[in-house]
Design a protein around this ligand. Structure first.
Ligand code: M6R
Length: 406
């Protein structure tokens, strides 16, 4: 590289570089060698985009959330232009998405059903057109897509439009195809996500669902105004709590070392924790290439427990008070069969070491918002396991960032 000063000129030909000063005289310049590549410059000092993006989550969550809350704890959701009359017309909600966005939709279902008392069905976008549909002008279809260009999601959108459904999309890319064809768009403000394995897109999608759920609950008068402000106050705490959760990194490095040679691994949990487990399993399998499945903890003894051998990693997510005892007893069942048990929890469980070989303690938040924190250890475990196996973390084999074919 040559540093060119003001007023200097360069003539580039196929074979030569000739530099002139402002008087038109030929000059010699000192050549500099750049030892970094363009890619590493944009990784901001991180070895991989994925690690950078995991660490960007406090900012991404804050940008997506706090800009939409006013000083009186009201959500400013210009994105969902629904008033109280229109909301009464909505009989069903369909959430349609792929991969990580689908996993975010599972959390969205729980949030909307429990806060707004509306029935929600979550469909995998590639299945949507082939499933029996019960959609019409009284259906709200929520499409979720980081890129806004996923072919299956676009095809589902096309069908939903022909049936007259109202379409709300959640996407990270302004002006993307999904956004352009929606009635309303909730933009997640995660910034560009480059690593194939989605991290900050997922957590900001959860923020979108939290906000939509709370707003729908208010519009449907399922919560009164005091409850509404109270929940918004709890939401506001999330960026700081996400930041605090990043401290689990060191513990996750130790766990990655222990599981890197495993041939299979499992996530278990109940309710919201089961849905977080699904995202954890997707992360681990797509970049570490360890076969990983996620199960509703209660389903284990209906088949999957047969796969548990000595040292099989079983990662349990335990954040829901009302389900705690049940999940702990499922952990005991796998531990008794030799599993290496890891518990991700925000609870302070007295005799936890009787159940867990390793514990990842995360900060405590309002129960229904815990998933946004519980997924962070799962992201770190996947990242470090992949690194320790020498895999290409940012570009795992056979995968593309944006899937534009069906
Ligand atoms: O851009 P989209 O959100 O529509 O992408 C959907 C999936 O392809 C994507 O979430 C994929 O599962 C992730 N790369 C997994 O980490």
């Amino acid at each position: 590289m040559y540093y060119i000063d003001n007023g200097e000129m360069v003539v580039l030909t196929k074979d030569n570089i000739t530099i002139y000063n402002s008087k038109g005289e030929k000059i010699e310049k000192e050549k500099s060698v750049i030892t970094w590549d363009m890619e590493s410059a944009t990784k901001a000092g991180y070895p991989h985009f994925m690690l950078k993006e995991i660490n960007e989550q406090p900012q991404a969550v804050s940008d997506t959330l706090l800009r939409r809350i006013d000083k009186n704890n009201n959500l400013i959701l210009d994105d969902i232009r629904l008033d109280e009359d229109e909301i009464q017309k909505i009989k069903d909600i369909y959430v349609v998405a792929c991969g990580t966005a689908y996993n975010a939709g599972l959390i969205g279902k729980y949030i909307i059903e429990n806060l707004a008392n509306l029935r929600v069905r979550v469909d995998i976008a590639s299945e949507f057109r082939y499933n029996k549909q019960f959609i019409n002008e009284n259906t709200l279809v929520i499409l979720v897509s980081q890129s806004g260009e996923t072919a299956d999601t676009l095809a589902a959108q096309k069908l939903a439009k022909t049936k007259g459904c109202r379409i709300l999309s959640i996407t990270n890319v302004v002006g993307s195809s999904v956004a352009r064809n929606s009635d309303d768009v909730f933009y997640t403000l995660a910034g560009p996500e480059i690593a194939v394995a989605s991290t900050k897109a997922y957590t900001t999608m959860l923020v979108a669902f939290y906000m939509i759920g709370v707003e729908l609950a208010k519009l449907k008068q399922e919560i009164n105004i005091d409850e509404y402000h109270n929940i918004v106050e709890k939401l506001k705490k999330l960026p700081q709590k996400v930041k605090e959760t990043l401290f689990v990194e060191k513990k996750c490095i130790e766990i990655a070392e222990k599981i890197k040679n495993s041939k299979s691994a499992f996530y278990i949990g109940r309710g919201l924790d089961d849905s977080v487990g699904k995202e954890g399993a997707l992360k681990l399998k797509e970049i570490s290439y360890i076969y990983t499945e996620s199960f509703a903890a209660g389903e284990l003894k209906h088949g999957t427990i047969a796969l548990i051998e000595k040292n099989t990693p079983v990662i349990a997510v335990v954040t829901q008070d009302k389900l705690l005892d049940k999940t702990m007893s499922n952990i005991q069942e796998v531990k008794a069969r030799g599993a290496y048990t890891i518990i991700i929890t925000d609870k302070h469980i007295e005799d936890i070491n009787n159940y867990a070989d390793d514990v990842i303690q995360i900060p405590e938040v309002y129960d229904i918002f815990s998933s946004i924190l519980a997924v962070i250890p799962a992201q770190f475990i996947a990242y470090y396991t992949s690194i320790k196996k020498g895999n290409d973390v940012d570009k795992p084999r056979n995968l593309a960032k944006s899937v534009t074919v069906e």
